[in-house]
Write a protein that binds this ligand. Structure first.
Ligand code: ARG
Length: 571
């Protein structure tokens, strides 16, 4: 079945071709009608034609009779389309029983998604929370659209800090270190290591020697390093399970994986004549990147102490993703503050010929999570907020809300729902904010049952499920929907907009587009449910309205699923 707007666009495009407009028609949903044809003004101007005249010409030529009840030229040259009821009903009945709800699959592309990527022996912070949630939703959306998605968790598991971390592990003893890390108190471990490093010159020497051993592949050093990595990964896993995201151990591709390639990367850059030595460091100066003084900015691939850094790893990583993985799209779901670093890496990779079309790298950036004071999110005592504690609090608050709604229900019946509600609320608050924007982390707002929130949609879904429980008792079954009342028609039209919402979310890597759509849909449902009794109506009308209920329930459920949110059928 073709999308409703795709059918309209097809017919309009045929008219555009006949007039030789040399452009594609653009449709916008509108308050005045259902859809408005946009862009005719600019086209008319280009042709030196009166825009209203052009609009009239399009309307006359486009074969829209079976699709619209009216096509009117309005204002300076817009075309207002009101869709035909029969057309809408036919489109809706094609959705009944379609598990994909009208969403077509795209020609598959192989897409690497780099996301989450926390650092070993360091607490995951709220930035990693955003990356994990946004990345998870994009992975689901792209996979659903038929793409081959390769998840990569590029954890920070290599580099000079491991010298001091391993020496600290030696000092506290392996068992003690495992115990300290297993409770998820990664930051204390890191801080203690740092303290010894800053306070004790002998420790510093040991740490430096240890880095050399690690880089040289010393067996015992590697064994100790693996202990640190394994304990951290175990901890990250508990966070991922708590968050219900798809990431698992098979997706780990940390910085250490590329260690053996770094030498070659730098040698190849040298061979290509791209390297310059600046202050003893080997650098590439990609054009177009300058500092505040207007001086060219270096991407340092090898430091003056001969060590390779983050940038060299990212370059090796790009080669790997294009070469070994064969991806044509490299997505980096990483905070906006790393934008310059990533853009410089992409540019250098292009200069070196490692990132050539059709392969492209895209930084899917995101803003910060702020505290109530609108500043960087910190606890009252000024320390970084632990992710797990935030998630636990969200679940506890959800539990309190559910207890109030269901005073009779047993605790263990409410627990799993509280988990879905609390985690869903956190995820939705994040995803519904346009990703480049900062937002304030506010439990009250994210858990509110009204407004554009996860709970609002989850309650809407549960409410429809409860209509079906009653319908089952009455023996009423849904049928293909008729759109007789204005509220039915509005809901039907909203349901048919799902494929466009998915397309917009995928195209801009913007889950927020899907959130806004689901919120609007739930509001249309609310108005419909207020205006149109379902189970109390005549049997035929009841069946048709149940048909609308079923499609709404399934659309909200699938939409939330693609955001990584599980909607319970009862709340
Ligand atoms: N580990 C890094 C951090 O915590 C993020 C890595 C992002 N991915 C990348 N390929 N650079 O900041």
């Amino acid at each position: 079945m073709a999308d409703t707007t795709a059918i309209l666009l097809g017919r309009l495009a045929a008219a555009f071709d006949q007039i030789e407009l040399g452009a594609d028609p653009v449709l916008r949903p509108s308050d005045r009608c259902d859809y408005q044809v946009n862009g005719t003004l600019a086209l008319a101007k280009r042709r030196g034609q009166n825009p209203r005249e052009l609009a009239e010409q399009i309307v006359a030529l486009a074969d829209l009779d079976d699709l619209v009840s009216s096509a009117e030229v309005a204002g300076p040259g817009f075309i207002n389309l009101t869709l035909d009821q029969g057309f809408l009903e036919r489109q809706l009945s094609a959705l009944v029983g379609d598990a994909r709800l009208g969403i077509a699959t795209e020609p598959p592309r192989r897409i690497v998604v780099d996301y989450s990527s926390p650092n070993v022996a360091k607490e995951m912070h709220v930035g990693h929370l955003r990356g994990t949630i946004i990345g998870d939703s994009l992975v689901r959306l792209l996979g659903f659209c038929g793409h081959e998605v390769v998840r990569e968790n590029h954890i920070g598991d290599w580099g000079t800090p491991f010298g001091m971390l391993i020496e600290h592990l030696v000092d506290v003893g392996e068992a003690g270190a495992i115990e300290a890390l297993s409770v998820g108190d990664l930051d204390s471990f890191y801080k203690a290591a740092r303290q010894s490093f800053d306070a004790d010159p002998a420790f510093q020497d040991r740490a430096r020697a240890r880095v050399v051993l690690l880089q040289g592949g010393d067996a015992e050093t590697l064994r100790l390093w693996r202990v640190l990595v394994a304990e951290s990964v175990r901890y990250f896993d508990t966070v991922y399970r708590h968050l219900d995201v798809l990431l698992d151990d098979g997706d780990l591709r940390g910085e250490s994986v590329y260690n053996d390639d770094l030498h070659q990367v730098v040698a190849d850059l040298d061979q290509l004549g791209l390297l310059e030595v600046s202050d003893g460091a080997s650098c590439v100066f990609p054009p177009g990147f300058t500092n505040r003084e207007g001086e060219p900015l270096p991407l340092i691939v090898r430091k003056s102490d001969e060590g390779y850094g983050y940038a060299a790893t990212d370059l090796a990583c790009i080669r790997d993703r294009v070469g070994r993985v064969g991806a044509t799209e490299l997505l980096y779901v990483v905070g906006a503050d790393q934008s310059q670093h990533l853009e410089m890496c992409f540019e250098v990779a292009r200069m070196a010929g490692w990132l050539t079309p059709p392969a492209a790298a895209i930084h899917v950036g995101f803003g910060n999570i702020l505290g109530e004071d609108k500043r960087k999110f910190k606890t009252r005592s000024g320390t970084t907020v632990k992710l797990v504690e935030l998630l636990n609090e969200a679940v506890e608050r959800a539990m309190t809300a559910l207890r109030a709604r269901n005073p009779e229900a047993a605790e263990d019946e409410l627990r799993p729902r509280a988990h879905q509600l609390g985690i869903g609320a956190v995820k939705y608050a994040d995803l519904s904010t346009e990703r480049m924007k900062d937002y304030v982390f506010d439990f009250d707002r994210m858990l509110a049952a009204e407004g554009n929130t996860g709970p609002y949609l989850m309650y809407a879904h549960a409410r429809i499920c409860s209509i079906f429980r009653r319908a089952d008792d009455l023996g009423t079954a849904p049928s293909a929907p008729r759109l007789l009342e204005p509220a039915e028609r509005a809901l039907g039209l909203a349901l048919l907009g799902f494929p466009d919402a998915i397309a917009a979310a995928v195209e801009g890597y913007l889950p927020s587009k899907l959130c806004s759509y689901l919120f609007d849909l739930a509001q249309s449902f609310s108005s419909f449910y207020e205006a149109c009794p379902v189970l109390r109506a005549e049997p035929e009308v009841a069946a048709s309205r149940l048909g609308l209920c079923a499609l709404t329930r399934d659309t909200v459920f699938l939409g939330l699923q693609l955001l990584g949110i599980d909607a319970p059928s009862q709340m």
